[in-house]
Write a protein that binds this ligand. Structure first.
Ligand code: SAJ
Length: 439
């Protein structure tokens, strides 16, 4: 059975008769499930949220990066189904784990999802299965956390079951780079796992890069996101400096990015949102500390990026004072609450942080976001207001927090008293430039 489990598994992967399990049908798991089903794999999703599981089984898509008709077609052909429990794990030849890896309040890794899922799988593991962790996590999670739990089944890694880390590289909303054409990195707990992991991903991804270990693959991903967090923090720090120097940081950066080599465009903003960039680098920071090593760049980047909402509040106060309006009596319209352009996701959104700060100052705040009809969390319960000339002209200040392409900035400026633009969304507006203040 040992040989059978490896050779048989690779054969089932190659002829697409393998059954693929996807644990977690979110912004990573559902697009992944669709890609695998499109080439003929039968996919069983395990989704803890019964509403989402029911939506999948009804062919109702809820992820922007998935085409509605693809999901509907694949479900109707029986190639994708969703369960809310792990009973079908023994049917799966490949089990791909795409669950969240949040941070605790003091920025330490919260592996509860990964551990809980791994225990459920371990309880049903059988020879001839490949397990792949796609969630972003600190280097060592696959080998030091998942492997012992799976081995507690009594099965042997590299003989009975196989284990790899292959970090997801989904860029929500990116139309150019999809799950299929984004190069994939894979690292195994041993050579057999790596061989099977490579064979599996090669079925639907144009380029697969093998690494020497699962730990290396985990570090690749955390480095990628740290690279972004540090570079975003650098332009945000430059923004704070330009504010003191009376310089336009957008002009300076646009000129710097005319250099054809040795530089890469990053832009300032009201802070950094999403479920990756604000969080993932702190996984590396935490692991490095365990090894008595301080990752200064990560800590500093996080500090600067987390400071930006306060800077936007400060700039809004300055503008309101110049306009002769006390913040506690001001009417302010926030344009865009999603964490980034043309998405409907307000998770960890810096715009929401800015809104909470202004509300705490007594500002009468409303928001409009064409992608986010309502906001609900412990401190905020608001509905998006229709963007009318009456609403805009009645505000003391309009703050552009997310540069959704659907918002007509020229029209907004035409009807606004003043606009604080934290995304340079008004860069092509020619009329009434005197009503615009950039971050
Ligand atoms: N942001 C800036 N300035 C920039 C770039 C981004 O302020 O120059 C802000 C955005 O507005 C947003 C936040 O940073 O609030 C994060 O934006 P993002 O596009 O870097 O991050 P995500 O979470 O949407 O997706 C990223 C992916 N993005 C890119 O590579 C472009 C990718 O790194 C990961 O696959 C994904 O995180 C993940 O899942 O890790």
């Amino acid at each position: 059975m040992t040989i059978g489990s490896k050779v048989g598994l690779i054969e089932r992967i190659r002829d697409h008769s393998a059954v693929v399990g996807v644990i977690g049908l979110g912004y990573v798991g559902l697009p992944f499930a669709v890609e695998k089903a499109k080439v003929g794999f039968r996919v069983i999703g395990v989704e803890q949220n019964p509403t989402r599981a029911a939506q999948v089984n009804a062919g109702q898509n809820y992820i922007g990066d998935v085409r509605d008709e693809d999901l509907r077609d694949l479900v109707s052909r029986g190639l994708i189904r969703a369960e809310t429990d792990f009973e079908l794990v023994p049917e799966m030849d490949v089990i791909v784990v795409c669950v969240p890896t949040p941070l605790t309040k003091n920025l330490t890794p919260d592996l509860n999802y990964i551990e809980a899922v791994t225990r459920e799988v371990a309880g049903r593991l059988r020879p001839g299965q490949l397990v792949s962790l796609e969630s972003t996590t600190y280097p060592g999670t696959t080998e030091e956390v998942m492997l012992p739990i799976l081995s507690s089944s009594g099965l042997k890694a590299e003989e009975d079951f196989f284990l790899v880390h292959s970090p997801e590289r989904v860029d929500p909303g990116n139309k150019r780079y999809t799950t299929k054409n984004t190069t994939k990195v894979v690292g195994g707990v041993g050579p057999a796992s790596l061989e099977i992991g490579q064979a599996f991903y090669a079925q639907t991804i144009d380029k697969v890069v093998p690494l020497s270990s699962a730990k290396a693959a985990e570090l690749v991903k955390v480095y990628e996101n740290t690279f972004r967090a540090v570079n975003i923090a650098l332009v945000n720090e430059l923004t704070l400096l330009c504010d003191r120097m009376g310089l336009n940081v957008w002009e300076v950066l646009a000129a710097a990015f005319t250099k054809p080599f040795g530089i890469m465009p990053f832009w300032p903003g009201p802070g950094v949102g999403g479920h990756c960039i604000p969080l993932d680098p702190h996984y590396l920071e935490w692991k490095a500390k365990e090894l008595n090593f301080n990752t200064h760049f990560i800590a500093l980047a996080g500090e600067i990026n987390r400071r930006m909402p306060e800077f936007v509040r400060e700039k809004a106060h300055r503008l309101l004072n110049q306009l002769g309006v006390a913040p506690s009596r001001a009417k302010v319209l926030a344009l865009g609450v999603a964490y980034k352009r043309d998405l409907d996701d307000p998770r960890e959104s810096p715009a929401v942080e800015v809104m909470k700060l202004l509300r705490a100052d007594g500002v009468e705040l409303t928001y409009h976001d064409p992608h986010v009809p309502s906001l609900r969390d412990r401190e905020l319960a608001m509905e998006s207001q229709p963007l009318t000339d009456t609403l805009v002209s009645s505000q003391d200040l309009v703050i552009i927090l997310t540069d959704h392409t659907r918002i007509d900035c020229a029209w907004v400026v035409q009807h606004a008293k003043h606009v604080l633009d934290t995304r340079n969304a008004t860069q092509r507006v020619r009329e009434h430039r005197e009503r615009i203040t950039l971050l």
